[in-house]
Design a protein around this ligand. Structure first.
Ligand SMILES: [Zn+2]
Length: 318
């Protein structure tokens, strides 16, 4: 029975994967994808923010509760947030009552502004470090960056930070649904939360997991912590893992992204031990990571990833 269930889930994901990402100039025509009866996703494109995607480039998640709609990462621009809210009307007449932001990178929270324009009473949740960063210089930096990259088409007017902090172990009750928060320390950033939709056997991973896509790892990232965070997610064994970029699926998505991180760290460690500097080892590391070279983002991210892993290994040695 369990096998048949897993097979049906796998087939439904393959059907979604087969449908191409629709992109046309400045229109929000990315379709709604059903994950369970209560959970839907809108899968954004992998491109960097540009005038065509107007800042929408993440996986936005919609959860239907008896009190109203809860959004997880409502897009990377005010425009995206507004369009997601419009799209909801084909699912329900209920208002948006809450939003969770997975971390402080702008493609995951700039949509808050669009949601609040339509539903000022919606309560926004994020990790305490995320709230501090977005309320500080980081918030303004992201707003300007995305407005510039989209040539103003993001429609961003102001920073809308989380109203309430949430942290590891918190459970937020909204209507008939519980949202359980996990934070295992620095991973993709120092402010990641992953969100379990209790009763649906589903976990929104944030950027701790991406499905065949590489994104930023900056100063507050920890490759070691990211691997540990994935292990913790795998231990809980959910049927549906929803990454913050790319399609939802089963544990195979986590295992694949984990394998990338482990292989990268192993390759850098070996060459570090041989006395190579980070810029000297890039061609060899790229060779070892051959099977990941087709992932969008590989070409622009691999250099910075090597540098960050190198610094992490250096710090671990002393
Ligand atoms: Zn991120």
């Amino acid at each position: 029975m369990k096998t048949i269930q897993a097979l049906l889930i796998a087939i439904s994901y393959i059907l979604f994967i087969a449908s191409p990402f629709a992109v046309s100039a400045g229109e929000f025509d990315w379709p709604l994808a059903r994950i369970t009866d209560k959970i839907y996703a809108i899968y954004g494109p992998f491109d960097l923010p540009n005038p065509q995607n107007r800042g929408f480039r993440n996986t936005a998640v919609i959860v239907l509760t008896t009190d109203g709609v809860v959004l997880l990462d409502p897009g990377g621009s005010a425009w995206a947030g507004e369009k997601i809210v419009e799209r909801l009307k084909s699912l329900t007449d209920m208002p948006v009552v809450a939003v969770f932001n997975s971390h402080a990178h702008g493609d995951h929270w700039l949509g808050n502004e669009g949601v609040k324009n339509a539903y000022p009473a919606a309560v926004i949740y994020g990790h305490p470090n995320m709230k501090t960063k977005v309320e500080g210089a980081e918030g303004e930096r992201w707003l300007k960056l995305i407005n510039r990259a989209t040539e103003g088409k993001a429609n961003g007017k102001k920073v809308v930070a989380p109203d309430k902090p949430v942290n590891d172990g918190d459970v937020i009750d909204i209507g008939d649904t519980e949202f359980r928060i996990y934070h295992t320390g620095p991973a993709h950033t120092d402010n990641d939360i992953s969100i379990e939709i209790v009763g649906e056997d589903a976990l929104f991973t944030g950027d701790v997991v991406r499905n065949q896509f590489l994104g930023m790892m900056e100063e507050d990232a920890s490759f070691k912590g990211n691997i540990a965070a994935i292990d913790s997610m795998l231990e809980k064994s959910f049927s549906h893992y929803i990454p913050a970029h790319g399609h939802a699926g089963g544990a195979e998505i986590l295992n694949e992204y984990r394998a990338y991180l482990v292989t990268l760290k192993g390759a850098v460690k070996q060459l570090y031990d041989e006395g190579l500097a980070d810029f000297e080892m890039k061609p060899e590391v790229v060779k070892v990571l051959q099977e990941y070279q087709q992932w969008p983002g590989f070409d622009i991210r691999i250099g910075p990833h090597i540098s960050r892993v190198y610094l992490e290994i250096e710090a671990e040695e002393f």
